[in-house]
Unconditional design. Structure first.
Length: 503
């Protein structure tokens, strides 16, 4: 067997192997073959890691040649690059022990700020660069999410999917708002904002676990993986929209009615901007004029359109416009671009590469915003507030599916699969703090924004590993094993279109 094997080749062989097993009532007969595939996967991880290290070394060498002492220890660039490198390595380690990589990256950022050996380096990172990098990564993940939404599935959503997306989300938001208002002392506007931040579920954690169960043929007859994945995407859209409204309301001054109206109209403005420019992007650039560079021109249009929406909306104090504009821009643009599926797939891949490069900065900078002093002051009440909200979500998610053809075991599984928080919290959590710091809104606002960010980080650490564990353990116990070739093949075709790290 060749020592070098592409990831695509590996994934195709692995999927074919799994399909053969699912479509057969016999157990797999070749453990050696599975070992070889695992060994090949490990070689791919090693090659990816070495590629990243070499790329980082070349970047550092180039920057040293250009900037000299401005890139040496003690400089801001050195601190940022060291933080990103430590976050990337921590993410690889976390992934190796079957935890979401962002857990390792968050912990790396937290340690970078709070350990004595690196705390002085953290002080070299300016607020301006930290907020800019986080906002840049936030734009990319919103664009990636918009590209990954399946319009056909959204149009065909059943009542069960809509109920599963909307009801637990709203109930958890309300429970978190009430709990954080009384236990953390947040004003109602800020407590509702916190509720929307922590109520979003994470496809980045849910999808890999569901695909693993899918590969083992659990729950496929009733389409449970597809049900949960489709509802997760809608759930995230609801939370991001609600957060954008509350972000606008919290920083508005003057008449309350006008403030609320402004908070509602800002996402609507973002929606209109996204639709208009997304529709324009269908025809730009003309595929006949730049056939060889079409993908890169479209990625540039998409990214800088998103950056302009995000940063200009913050500049003019209409922060609710940016996130919605980014999400809708990518979603609408994808309508036209999908006519050429091959080109669209390449656009998604290039956007994914950008996200891979930016996520160590995003998650590590978020982790570094949490100090031990903040945790000691708020940790107990924060955990209590999150636990209360999560309890309401689990109960409501169990009962909201009544009336469907799911049995009680499947309903319980869906409720516990609906726990994990991750990428949405990491992306949205620091936005309020970034806005406060960038616009000098005062210490009181900074305190509230810090509480929201701390709650977002704690929710990730509490739920992401536990949720991933519960999905893998409860799935084989609560879901039926369906080895029907026709149904399995149909389910595989639907799930192969799902991007496992959307949001």
């Amino acid at each position: 067997m060749e020592s070098s094997i592409s990831k695509q080749t590996f994934d195709e062989r692995h999927r074919n192997c799994v399909n053969e097993e699912c479509n057969s009532n016999l157990a797999p007969e070749s453990p050696a073959k599975c070992f070889r595939l695992t060994n090949e996967r490990w070689k791919l991880v090693q090659a990816q890691f070495l590629t990243f290290i070499l790329l980082l070394l070349f970047i550092c060498a180039s920057l040293y040649g250009i900037l000299e002492e401005d890139i040496l220890p003690g400089s801001e660039l050195f601190a940022l690059l060291l933080l990103a490198l430590s976050a990337y390595i921590s993410g690889v380690v976390a992934n190796y022990v079957h935890l979401p990589p962002l857990i390792g990256m968050l912990i790396a950022g937290f340690l970078f700020r709070n350990l004595h050996v690196s705390a002085h380096l953290y002080e070299n990172i300016s607020i301006r660069w930290a907020t800019t990098l986080r906002s840049t990564a936030f734009v990319i993940i919103l664009l990636k999410a918009g590209l990954g939404l399946d319009a056909d599935k959204l149009k065909k959503l059943s009542l069960t999917v809509f109920q599963l997306a909307l009801t637990p989300c709203i109930v958890e938001t309300a429970a978190a708002a009430v709990a954080s208002h009384f236990f953390l002392g947040l004003p109602w506007v800020w407590s509702i904002m916190l509720g929307f931040v922590i109520s979003a579920v994470s496809p980045a954690v849910i999808v890999p676990g569901l695909l693993n169960l899918q590969n083992k043929c659990f729950g496929t007859a009733k389409g449970i993986p597809t049900l949960v994945i489709a509802a997760a995407s809608l759930d995230d859209i609801i939370c991001i929209t609600g957060f954008s409204v509350m972000l606008s309301v919290s920083f508005s001054e003057g008449n309350l009615l006008i403030t609320i109206l402004k908070g509602v109209l800002e996402p609507v403005g973002g929606l209109l901007l996204g639709v208009i420019f997304g529709r324009i992007f269908w025809h730009l650039p003309n595929s006949a004029s730049v056939p060889s560079n079409l993908v890169y021109y479209r990625v540039l249009l998409l990214c800088f359109g998103g950056f302009a929406s995000m940063f200009v909306s913050k500049r003019y104090d209409v922060a609710g416009v940016g996130p919605m504009a980014c999400l809708v821009l990518a979603f609408v643009a994808a309508f036209g671009w999908k006519r050429d599926q091959l080109t669209f797939d390449r656009i998604e891949k290039v956007t994914g590469v950008l996200w891979t490069g930016l996520q160590p900065f995003l998650f590590s900078l978020i982790g570094s915003e949490v100090s031990i002093a903040d945790l000691q002051f708020n940790l107990g009440n924060t955990i209590l507030s999150l636990a209360i909200a999560l309890g309401f979500r689990i109960v409501v998610a169990t009962f909201v599916t009544f009336g469907s053809d799911l049995n009680i075991k499947e309903k319980i599984f869906i409720a516990f699969a609906w726990i994990p928080k991750a990428t949405v919290q990491a992306a949205v959590g620091p936005q309020a703090l970034d806005y406060v710091l960038s616009n000098s809104k005062g210490q009181e606002m900074e305190k509230y924004a810090q509480m929201v960010l701390t709650a977002a980080v704690v929710s990730i650490i509490m739920t992401a590993p536990v949720g991933a564990f519960l999905i893998s353990v409860l799935g084989p116990i609560l879901l039926s094993n369906d080895r029907n070739p026709d149904k399995q093949r149909s389910e595989n075709m639907r799930l192969q279109t799902v991007d496992s790290d959307v949001l």
